[in-house]
Ligand binder design. Structure first.
Ligand SMILES: Nc1ncnc2c1ncn2[C@@H]1O[C@H](COP(=O)(O)OP(=O)(O)OP(=O)(O)O)[C@@H](O)[C@H]1O
Length: 278
């Protein structure tokens, strides 16, 4: 669905993208990770036709971004709503811009209002909504025309639990219906919940890409055993089960608690030394 190859983008002396390559299949959710400044937003802006690359190619269902705008839904990182327009007016505007009319527009608005918990807010002005309510309105505006490609740039930044869950639900639903999704986030557990594949960006390119389980293979997990006098033994291991059995054989005091932690996305992130560079 989305194929981006060797994208290059410079801003003066800053190399925002430096050979950024990423493909997303229909129905796939790609969790795009990376430190601040890694190039994630620049990539999203190029695919949404807001920014022109200096080099490389983007194909959306075989078309360049300029010819594929109707197939793309974008929820930018920063809130971009019209403060004096209501939630309903936003949905109508974005739906109409994408060619939806009358019954089809009403049905799309109603469905999204339910799933993004906006029904009670439809006649409120966007400028008067809370941050989470604005996030949901922004996502609804991106989704109303059922785009085949969804670009969600940190859609849950600053969101409370209800907003986060609504966002995850709608993303799963749309991917289940065949949409390709690029989902940038710094909250790694969301990607596990979304069963996303992972792409890690660093310095303007993708340095790791694949299924979560494959990327985690071989990374160390942790085994933690607490003894009766509260002493704790913690071992880093790539084979937690065997390490635990060995450890339990060796300790000669009563064990009061055992904790086995398999490698997580946090460990992957750390192993790639992806630190917040801001
Ligand atoms: N319009 C611009 N003008 C100048 N520099 C820019 C512009 N947009 C992005 N950059 C620079 O390009 C680099 C990549 O920025 P980008 O916003 O793509 O990173 P990001 O991975 O989305 O970061 P974050 O996680 O903070 O959102 C950064 O060094 C940034 O300062």
């Amino acid at each position: 669905m989305l194929v981006a190859t060797d994208l290059v983008k410079r801003y003066g002396t800053v190399q925002a993208l430096d050979g950024f390559t990423l493909s997303v299949a229909p129905g796939e959710i790609v969790g795009l990770l990376g430190h601040n400044g890694a190039g994630k937003t620049t990539f999203v802006e190029i695919v949404s036709n807001l920014v022109r690359p200096d080099g490389g190619r983007v194909s959306i269902d075989g078309k360049p971004p300029s010819a594929a705008r109707g197939e793309v839904g974008v929820a930018p990182q920063h809130i971009a709503l019209y403060p004096s327009a209501t939630v309903r007016e936003h949905l109508e505007l974005y739906g109409r811009l994408a060619g939806l009319r009358r019954a089809a527009l009403r049905a799309a608005m109603e469905e999204l209002s339910v799933v993004l918990r906006l029904t009670e807010l439809l006649d409120r002005r966007a400028g008067k909504l809370s941050g989470g309510q604005q996030r949901r309105t922004q996502a609804a505006s991106a989704l109303v025309h059922r785009p085949a490609l969804l670009l969600l740039d940190e859609p849950t930044a600053g969101a409370d639990l209800e907003t986060r869950q609504a966002m995850l639900d709608v993303v799963k639903q749309r991917a289940g219906e065949g949409a390709a999704v690029v989902y940038t986030t710094h909250y790694l557990p969301e990607l596990t919940e979304l069963q996303a594949t992972i792409a890690v960006a660093r310095d303007g390119r993708i340095i790791a890409r694949g299924a979560c389980d494959d990327l985690l293979q071989g990374l160390p997990g942790e085994v933690r055993v607490t003894l009766d006098d509260q002493e704790e033994i913690a071992l880093s291991t790539s084979d937690p089960a065997t390490t635990l059995i060995d450890l339990l054989r060796r300790v000669d005091r009563p064990v009061t608690a055992v904790d086995v932690r398999n490698p997580s996305l946090d460990d992957l992130y750390r192993s790639l030394a992806v630190h917040d560079a801001s």
